[in-house]
Write a protein that binds this ligand. Structure first.
Ligand code: PLP
Length: 399
């Protein structure tokens, strides 16, 4: 009989959103008149920008005409027009990334999970606790040992490297999901120095870079000196431009980055990634790549900015409320998330039930992102202004 990958037995049950949905469903059935406000799941709610829709429609029209029809995209790395647009976007905030270091994908979750294919099974992996779950799950599936870098109240949920721990692969996410905290240039430089010292690779998830508003927080790890020798950046249009249902992202792989082969030789990381993608990935559809290109046009940048600013406005309202209540929290400034301490150090699932039953607000228990989230709670800004204001009014009543 075919045998399963036994590492799957080491995965934790993926029950966070299933359990949330079960509890909310039960509550809604028992309380049909209640006005629930859902601030749990991190999905965007505003529609695609007009410039993006127009570009996507035009590209679909081209697909229906013999002379402009396109099949497979030969390189699988993304069309030049999009790689150049992404490169121009990076230039806009001071990072010099040539188009041939940009690899278009269907999103940051797949890139974050797939990148594990090219690391040896005996690499030591470092993940922050709490973290977006794919970093842990993909490495458990690959059979790698994981050590956790603690993000907690004492360091403002911005974990720092433990110089006494040897590591090979480090997963960082800034601005962070779930905590909303964002690394400063200085904090990130410490990680880069640590990675260079260990000859480790940082897999840097910048899916929320568009939400960075403070000048001392980098939007890309590539702005840190030394990063080109040790980091891969993974990014997405999901939150920047509402592409969660459209699917497009990109990875930045500097030409200098190398991995060690079993015989000790150094192999360029990008060649391994191209080999991996060449075997397992056939690219992102032409219309979606054209729609993605439009995100970086002047009209696209302006229109998508409006949506990000709207979410940031909601996040600011949540942060203001938590400040007024004197509740310890992170996020709300460079992120669509606020992450706050449950009152009286309550267990996050207990607080979830309390918020659901007493004020009809749905959030996400921090326990779902790691043990350091056990008494913390995440709310998202991906709601209407009206609902955000109403939820904050109710939260004040609860506290
Ligand atoms: N990375 C982080 C940190 C996220 O929070 C999410 C989605 O919530 C993703 C990646 C997924 O991005 P994509 O939709 O591009 O797969």
């Amino acid at each position: 009989m075919a045998r399963m990958n036994g590492n799957f037995l080491n995965l934790k049950e993926n029950y966070l959103f299933i359990e949330i949905s079960r509890r909310v469903g039960e509550f809604a059935r028992q309380n049909p008149g209640s006005r629930l406000i859902r601030m749990g799941i991190g999905d965007v709610t505003l529609p695609l920008a007009p410039a993006v829709v127009e570009a996507g429609k035009k590209a679909f029209d081209e697909m229906g005409v013999k002379s402009t029809f396109r099949g497979y995209e030969d390189s699988g790395r993304g069309y030049d027009f999009l790689r150049e647009a992404v490169s121009g976007y990076y230039k806009g905030f001071g990072a010099d990334i040539p188009p041939d270091e940009i690899y278009i994908s269907d999103g940051a979750k797949s890139d974050s999970g797939n990148i594990g294919d090219i690391f040896s099974a005996d690499c030591a992996v470092t993940v922050t606790d709490p973290a977006y779950p794919v970093y842990v799950d993909s490495n458990v599936m690959g059979g790698r040992d994981i050590t956790y870098a603690s993000s907690d109240e004492s360091n403002g949920f911005a974990a720092a490297p433990d110089l006494s721990v040897k590591t090979d692969v480090i997963y960082l996410c800034s601005p962070n999901n779930p905590t909303g905290s964002a690394y400063t240039f200085d904090q990130l430089k410490k990680w880069v120095d640590y990675a260079v010292m260990n000859k480790a690779v940082i897999v840097y998830d910048a899916a929320y870079e568009a939400f960075v508003t403070e000048k001392d927080k980098p939007r890309s790890i590539m702005l840190i000196e030394g990063a080109r020798k040790c980091a891969v950046e993974i990014c997405s249009l999901s939150k920047t431009a509402g592409f969660t249902g459209t699917r497009c992202g990109y990875a930045v792989i500097p030409k200098e980055l190398v991995l060690s082969a079993p015989n000790g030789e150094e192999k360029p990381f990008y060649k391994l990634w191209e080999r991996r993608q060449g075997s397992k990935f056939n690219g992102v559809s032409y219309p979606v790549q054209r729609a993605a290109e439009a995100v970086f046009s002047p009209a696209g940048l302006r229109q998508t900015r409006e949506a990000v600013d709207y979410y940031l406005g909601n996040a600011g309202i949540m942060a203001k409320t938590l400040s007024e209540l004197g509740v310890p929290f992170t996020g709300g400034t460079n992120s669509p998330y606020v992450w706050f301490k449950c009152p009286n150090n309550t267990d996050s699932w207990e607080f979830f039930d309390e918020a659901l039953h007493k004020i009809n607000v749905v959030g996400t228990p921090g326990a779902g992102f790691g043990k350091n989230g056990a008494n913390w709670f995440r709310l998202t800004a991906f709601n209407t202004r009206e609902n955000t204001l109403e939820a904050m009014k109710r939260l004040k009543e609860l506290f």
